[in-house]
Design a protein around this ligand. Sequence first.
Ligand code: GDP
Ligand code: MG
Length: 192
Amino acid sequence: SYQPCREFNVVVLGAGGVGKSCLTAQFVHNEWIESYDPTIEDSYRTQRAVDGRQVMLEILDTAGTEQFGGCHSAFKFPFASLTPSKVAMRDLYMKTGQGFLLVFSIASRTSFEELETLRDDIIRIKDDEDIPIVIVGNKADLEDQRAVDRAKAFSLSQRWSAPYYEASARTRTNVDEAFIDLCRQMLRRDDN
Ligand code: GDP
Ligand code: MG
């Protein structure tokens, strides 16, 4: 039987520098670019087959979550008056997001600790406890700089009932797997 193409809004969230732009570019364009402007926030459309069903994704690669408690806020947002609109914008994309990729770097403990606040915000803004989330520990190629135990990330993953992937945008490891898993969750949710 004919199945229409489903459309989903995906939001990629996480601390500055964890590799959100690199992961998004690898997934959407199959390319590795060493460096992106950290302040660029953009969205990308890409169509995929997931378990035989067509899915159109609108992926928002966010920037600047570190303004909420990070140490670079004064540098990136020098005018206090800009902050409220940034907050409103974040509320808006969290509201329209149907699936969230929560990214940290396995080489940064603070980036891991930030995930808790991000999920709290998503749940509060969407007023929904069961929102599709996938946790990504990026930069898995930097094993010698690991600062977040695999077991710690797994226990968070169990607590949230959200899958955990150790990924590397650099080596293109588990990039498709993480995004496609998120698609499966969004499809399952949409079916109910
Ligand atoms: P964003 O601020 O979260 O969008 O982070 P970027 O995607 O701009 O990446 C920040 C920095 O981390 C850049 O220097 C990237 O080259 C680097 N990077 C991103 N992903 C990986 C990865 O998987 N492995 C390694 N070794 N470096 C990465
Ligand atoms: Mg970026």
